[in-house]
Design a protein around this ligand. Sequence first.
Ligand SMILES: Nc1ncnc2c1ncn2[C@@H]1O[C@H](COP(=O)(O)OP(=O)(O)OP(=O)(O)O)[C@@H](O)[C@H]1O
Ligand SMILES: [Mg+2]
Length: 216
Amino acid sequence: MSGVFITFEGSEGGGKTTQVSLLAEALRARGHDVVETREPGGTSIGQTLRQLLLRPHTGRPTDTLAPSAELLLMLADRAQHIHEVILSGLQAGHIVLCDRYADSTTAYQGYGRGFDLAEVAQLNAFVCGVCRPQLTFVLDLPVAVGMERAQERRGTAAVDQFEAASVSFHERVREGFLAIARAEPERVCLIDATQDIEAVHTAVLAGVRKHLPTLL
Ligand SMILES: Nc1ncnc2c1ncn2[C@@H]1O[C@H](COP(=O)(O)OP(=O)(O)OP(=O)(O)O)[C@@H](O)[C@H]1O
Ligand SMILES: [Mg+2]
């Protein structure tokens, strides 16, 4: 595959969506073909799965996904996304920028929900196959700051299952992303997401220059 696969990871409100679009703009300005996509919901079928995964939180058991159902729907979304979007983008030689990917499953369903990390890694490997990111940005910030940003952006819309989860859940998710960054420094670039948008973008560009120097 001749393309380049870059993912953005981290807790809610860290600025992933904002930074994907800024990096896409910078790469396009240098003449690259860029595919911007996201999980869950990067395909039409995935949009339906996203609605199930991020439905408004009511607290009623009949409205709440079983943790294993949540894990499997996330993986189903990824399988469809790779099949329809990511693989073809990489085979066409494009730069694929993905807002959340396999590390989010490790952090949320592994560290957060408590599924065995080795089992989650096996499932991710089964679904991802050769579609592994060359570079991943983890946008890190304290849980309270991320929740505040996500809340401001949401306005009066209902909270989803993840936003409704406990602070300790979100702390475990953050720890999960930090552990991934520590374990794979050759792939993962950890960025302090409490900085302003421009400073984070500058750090992202520096990460691309360091890890993938031919792109910029
Ligand atoms: N560095 C920053 N400083 C302050 N506010 C920011 C920063 N980056 C993004 N924001 C704002 O915080 C909110 C969340 O940003 P964004 O949607 O990019 O985060 P996200 O990581 O994609 O969140 P989610 O995981 O919930 O999709 C937005 O209103 C955005 O404008
Ligand atoms: Mg986002």
